[in-house]
Write a protein that binds this ligand. Structure first.
Ligand SMILES: *Cc1c(COP(=O)(O)O)cnc(C)c1O
Length: 380
């Protein structure tokens, strides 16, 4: 059988998801709400240990409504990690607020708490506190919430946790998604679990949960006629997709185990090559191993990150550079930033390897063989 294309992080769905989806379909609970949506929310809330979960059409929608709940308005500033996916910063822009981009720490690739503390101090001293701080759990590894929460509490600024990539991870035994005013999750096709597209806002705060539910359903007042006292959104997840999510959630443990095994395999099989270094594992928590990423020191490895990417592509293997920081994006070029060299370096040298939970042993070997062949060529 010829080798098939290897994707970076494709959906991993099967008989269980198919069965639950068809049951939802046959029950005629197609949309908008229904028993699968309620059950999916209850199960995620229990897993994360929070009182409320509101299922939404995407992680980006969840970020948008989390920022609304934090009171973010036109002209406000929000501290955002520079090293993230654009959705984190876009949600700030939707509200007419301005992101201030904060650099990462090389220890975990997450936002540098010292820079966040310093920026909060500076802005609060001027009497212009940011309205919120967003922390992102990068590639499935939590940010350092101890110092981040201390600082946000001290200055009375809301923290929002972008846990889009981190369902199933934890920080000091506390689940990802449970930190700050609200956490957000993504069930996009490439994430650790997928509904084919979807997201969730999770929170302990009763008001935030109620407000989010209300705004996500067009801000319709509970009256017999259509009454609206706020501008709402059409952001609710469909019951059909929630049925798929219920199936995925049952398999979360084994899917994390599969990704962890892949991560360990890459580390063992490539760790001896000079010039390669894997994303550091922070001692404060457990990653969900969403993607295995590494840095390529071109001089010591003998070839650049881009050369490895090209060779993988030639072998029909999808790999990607790590995120391009927001402070280097043309669309955000006029935004303020603090630091920037760490995240710029991660982008220049970083590589994400295929990490899907259904990746076979054979496919993992194919990836390793290509990377080792590039290294061998340079020596030869
Ligand atoms: C995927 C992702 C999002 C957006 O989630 P969607 O469900 O695709 O809208 C937001 N933040 C981060 C860090 C992500 O990786």
């Amino acid at each position: 059988m010829p080798d098939t294309r290897i994707y970076l992080s494709p959906p991993d769905v099967g008989d269980l998801e198919r069965k639950l989806l068809l049951e939802a379909f046959d029950s005629n609970w197609v949309a908008p709400v229904g028993p699968d949506l309620d059950a999916f929310e209850a199960q995620v809330a229990e897993l994360i240990g929070v009182r409320h979960a509101v299922a939404l059409s995407s992680g980006t929608a969840a970020l948008h409504l989390a920022l609304v709940a934090a009171g973010v308005r036109h002209g406000d500033t929000v501290l955002v990690p520079s090293f993230t996916f654009a959705a984190t910063a876009n949600a700030v822009m939707y509200l007419g607020a301005r992101p201030v981009f904060i650099d990462s720490t090389a220890d975990s690739w997450n936002v540098d708490p010292a820079l966040v503390v310093e920026e909060l101090r500076r802005r609060c001293a001027k009497g212009k506190p940011p309205r919120a701080v967003i922390a992102v759990d990068m590639y499935g590894q939590c940010a350092d919430y101890g110092p981040l929460l201390d600082a946000c509490d001290r200055y009375g600024v809301a923290l929002i946790e972008d846990a889009a990539e981190a369902l199933g991870a934890s920080y000091r035994q506390k689940p990802a998604g449970s930190f700050g005013l609200a956490g957000i999750l993504s069930f996009n096709g490439n994430k650790i679990i997928t509904t084919g597209g979807g997201g969730m806002l999770v929170t302990d705060d009763d008001r935030t949960a109620a407000r989010t539910r209300h705004l996500a359903t067009q801000a319709r007042e509970p009256l017999p006629y259509y009454e609206h006292r706020a501008v709402g959104y059409n952001y609710r997840l469909s019951n059909l997709l929630a049925a798929v999510g219920r199936g995925q959630l049952q398999r979360l443990g084994s899917m994390i185990a599969a990704r962890r095994e892949t991560g360990r395999y890459y580390r063992a099989a490539l760790g001896d090559l000079p010039g390669l270094s894997f994303m550091p594992i922070a001692g404060y928590g457990e990653s969900n191993w969403w993607l295995t990423c590494l840095l390529v020191d071109a001089e010591r490895f003998g070839a650049s990150r881009d050369r490895i990417l090209e060779r993988l592509a030639t072998h029909d293997i999808e790999a990607r550079p790590t995120w391009k920081p927001m402070h280097l994006q043309p669309v955000f070029s006029d935004c303020v930033r603090r630091g920037g060299d760490v995240s710029a370096g991660l982008f220049r040298r970083g590589l994400c390897l295929p990490s899907g939970s259904a990746l076979s042993d054979h496919d993992r070997e194919r990836v390793v063989d290509v990377v080792r062949a590039v290294a061998a060529e340079q020596k030869g």
